[in-house]
Ligand binder design. Structure first.
Ligand SMILES: NC(=O)c1ccc[n+]([C@@H]2O[C@H](COP(=O)([O-])OP(=O)(O)OC[C@H]3O[C@@H](n4cnc5c(N)ncnc54)[C@H](OP(=O)(O)O)[C@@H]3O)[C@@H](O)[C@H]2O)c1
Length: 215
């Protein structure tokens, strides 16, 4: 089972939809179990596929892969909440971009650990793999399966098997190409690129995505 913590949010909904459409068993985690159930029921109706919903800890306990799709300032609290449910062999996937709004602009708030994913890895039990992915995709297009995603997805991580597993799952999203982005320490570069994407979207509108040539 795959958990999407923060699956009630913009990006989380899109991840849950795409994974369910790819035939995966998905559970949405929320700080309020009732909210998780409600959003899961709405998404299930939208795509005619079963998606479960529950509280964050319960969702983690049911799952071996956990997408963390929450604001960066919530990382510490969230990890405290879900740690008791993590087991050796689990994979935690950070999609988090540490952005803050300054006036009408977005700015990168690089954590002292180097990146949101690195911060998560430092606070996560040793036998749980932390992978960084999906920061540079437009959430709206993930939520609208009729539209092509038309995006590359950089995947970073230090455990090759876990990284490959997540890349295979991402490749199941139509018109998404997973690209191995090297070690988790590269996540700061991807998170910064996501910041640029958000700014370009603010300036130009639409749904901006990135395709790399030559790979
Ligand atoms: N939106 C995009 O296009 C996009 C693209 C790439 C990456 N990202 C990154 O993906 C992450 C999620 O983005 P989003 O736009 O979906 O965010 P969001 O809608 O602001 O939040 C996602 C969910 O996180 C939970 N949450 C909110 N505040 C929280 C708190 N203080 N503590 C714990 N949980 C909290 C909420 O779920 P519950 O209330 O159900 O608990 C919320 O629905 C962010 O880090 C963002 O930078 C976003």
């Amino acid at each position: 089972m795959i958990a999407v913590i923060g699956g009630s949010g913009n990006l989380g909904k899109g991840i849950a939809i795409q994974l369910a459409l790819a035939g995966k068993e998905v559970v949405i985690g929320s700080r309020k179990a009732e909210k998780g159930k409600q959003i899961a029921s709405e998404l299930s109706n939208q795509i005619d596929k079963k998606i479960e919903g529950t509280g964050n800890l319960e969702a983690v306990e049911k799952s071996d892969i956990i997408f963390l799709s929450i604001p960066h300032f919530a990382i510490d609290n969230m990890l405290q909440q879900i740690k008791p449910g993590l087991e050796p062999g689990n994979i935690l996937v950070s999609v988090i971009v540490p952005l803050s709004k300054e006036g009408d602009k977005f700015a990168l708030q690089e954590p002292k650990e180097g990146s949101a994913a690195a911060k998560i890895a430092l606070e996560t039990p040793e036998k749980v793999s932390v992978i960084s992915a999906l920061q540079i995709v437009p959430a709206k297009r993930l939520q609208t399966p009729e539209k092509s995603l038309d995006s590359d997805v950089i995947v970073c991580g230090d455990q090759p098997e876990a990284k490959e597993k997540i890349m295979k799952i991402i490749e199941k999203i139509p018109d998404a190409r997973a690209i191995d982005g090297g070690s988790l320490s590269n996540s700061n570069l991807v998170e910064a690129a996501a910041g640029l994407l958000v700014e370009l979207t603010r300036i130009h509108g639409g749904e901006v995505s990135i395709r790399f040539k030559g790979i």
